[in-house]
Ligand binder design. Sequence first.
Ligand code: NDP
Length: 264
Amino acid sequence: MDLELKDKIAVITGGSKGIGEAVARELAREGVHLALCARHKEEVENTARKISETFGVQALGFACDVSRLKDIEQFVEAVKNTYPEGVDILINNAGTGSAEKIIDAPDSRWQYYWDLHVMAAVRLSRLLAPLMQKRGGGVIINNASICARQPLDYEPIYNVTKAALVMFSKCLANEFITYNIRVNCVSPGLILTPDWYKTANIVGKEKGMTPEEYLENIAKENAPIGRFATPEELAHFMVFLCSPKASYCVGSNYYVDGGWLRVT
Ligand code: NDP
């Protein structure tokens, strides 16, 4: 199936590794040019360079902390300079898990995750919409989490801010479809990325397990499919959502979770 994505231009936050990198690679495979951001400059520049060399597309790698408005404004300026013709796709992906108790988590922690998971998507959507309108429309995907609906006990701030991102996606979809910008949300389950390896190393050791044993246990306990997804399995779905083949998909939240969600 030709996904009709060749020479489209995509902006991806958290594009240096994990899910963001997989989406970047799978879009580049379809001939999409990229602007990736992440906090660590060298890493995001390396990822962009490797993708560019492998797939023959243009790829900007830019250091940016999306929890900060100033950084976002600088990133958008760099995107405009690199792609003055506009952009077609925005993937709001940057994010990370949390660990706290509500009883003692300070306001600053709530504020950080609000800025990271919600305001980054608000600000980038607002700032990039005119660049999409230049191209006659576009696609925005917000990467939330199954935890937006089915919370994990150890990370209330993550659950709450991801739930807000799902609602933001719906509101944005209703407003932006009038500009021919299709907005959707994706809620992944267990995706095997560097973030999970980090957790497996720490928590696995505490429980007397190898990281591999810990990850296998998590998958068997939670996902009926009994395993983690690869980042590519999720990326394939996101690439489809970006394509004109998904032209009637607007304002939905799609679970990609191996059956983990316990309710319909
Ligand atoms: P990784 O930790 O593997 O990658 C996260 C990416 O985001 C990196 O590129 C990281 O680079 C970047 N990033 C983190 N914080 C910021 C920031 N403040 N500003 C800019 N970039 C940032 O995570 P995943 O790939 O696992 O997760 C990606 C998204 O998917 C997250 O939003 C996560 O909540 C969501 N998700 C993941 C699931 C999973 O099982 N893996 C399940 C459900 C949702 P750097 O550190 O250099 O900034």
